[in-house]
Write a protein that binds this ligand. Sequence first.
Ligand SMILES: [Fe+2]
Length: 266
Amino acid sequence: MECGTRAAVKVFEEQWQELPSKPHVKFLLALHSHFDHICGVPLLKEMFPDAQLVASHAASKLMEKEKLVRENFRNDVIVTENYLEKGLLTISPPIDLDSRIVIDLPVGEGDTLLIEPGLELKIIDAPGHSNCSIAAYLEKDQVMFVSDAVGGISSQGVITPMFFQGYEIYMQTIDKLKSYPTKIVATAHGVLASGSSSEELYGPFSAAARKVSHFILEELAAGADEGALAGLLFDRYISDGFKNYPVEMMQGIMQILIRRSKERTT
Ligand SMILES: [Fe+2]
């Protein structure tokens, strides 16, 4: 679940080698196609050559765009450099900027992935973070794998709202996911959220999105400069692993939060 960056896959590979017994990996799930969720695919495919890469239909289309894929890998290279600089990696994994990412199994709302008898994942469309976002529901254990669809949680417990496609559609996705009985919401960044009910679990994610959007609109109404406001949001939300990401890109993402808040209709 989640295909990460090349740097993260190299770290994972070491952990994988230490496992006393290794499960058979049948599927690799990329729950959306942002660079930090998909650039690990070429290395994961080397580790698990028989595994099928699963992603949304929209992600499959996006990965056909050579320019976008190359841009993803360029961002990924910066993450690798930061891992090396911080000593999180000792050797740089080889990179081919022209690598292609082919989705073997495009999926969407209503599809089910059978992992093994009695163990299946329900696929749910989860737009709002990106148009290519899906969630995967493990009904057996009441776990919802959401990737970035509802936000991320820092090690300090700060929720980073991520309505990059649109505010309303993001909130609708949170409401939709909330209707599934859930004990764990597995986000892609930071810590997992666990609790006894969906209401309890998803409430803080929608509250965080409402709060930041409200804050942005209030600041703008009071005459705040958008660049300064983006800087303030950057300082508030860019922590933990995000610090290894390209700074310019993350500043751009804060600008997107501002833009999407201005577009709000509700
Ligand atoms: Fe993302």
